[in-house]
Design a protein around this ligand. Structure first.
Ligand SMILES: [Fe+2]
Length: 141
């Protein structure tokens, strides 16, 4: 069963960010399914690597979009991204060392990581985009 399901409530209002978040949900679900079906360690590790690579690329895109938009909380957001990448690298090390407890932690982290990050941090950007759009509309002749 899928762990996460994408819905429009997660939309940030930027097409690329939304498309990439949706793909991240898909990768998290695939990783979760492999793990739950007790597939071989190698295929689970491959999916975890795919997820990490995709997340890193996505963070770069997201930061570039935020920079372009003049998002004032970009530096703070970059720190959150960095901390997430650091945590996931540590979890991957434990995962590769075959620690089953840590597998569980990896799963929990990935699940909450994506949702909490989108809800707590990326929504700040969504609100900023909405405010920006409204002020442009007000300023229009
Ligand atoms: Fe983000």
């Amino acid at each position: 069963m899928a762990l996460l399901s994408w819905s429009n409530q997660y939309s940030i209002g930027d097409d690329l960010i939304d498309t990439e978040h949706e793909e991240l949900f898909r990768l998290v679900n695939a990783f979760h399914d492999h793990w739950q079906e007790k597939r071989n360690q190698q295929s689970i590790a491959e999916l975890l690597n795919q997820l990490i690579t995709y997340a890193e690329m996505h963070f770069q895109h997201e930061e570039a979009i935020m920079l372009d938009a003049g998002f004032p909380r970009l530096a703070e957001h970059q720190q959150v991204h960095e901390a997430m990448v650091e945590t996931i690298f540590k979890l991957r090390q434990s995962f590769e060392a075959n620690d089953s407890h840590l597998e569980m932690n990896t799963m929990k982290f990935i699940k909450t990581w994506l949702l909490e990050h989108i809800i707590q941090n990326d929504y700040l950007f969504r609100d900023f985009l909405v405010r920006q759009k409204n002020s442009l509309e007000t300023a229009a002749p």
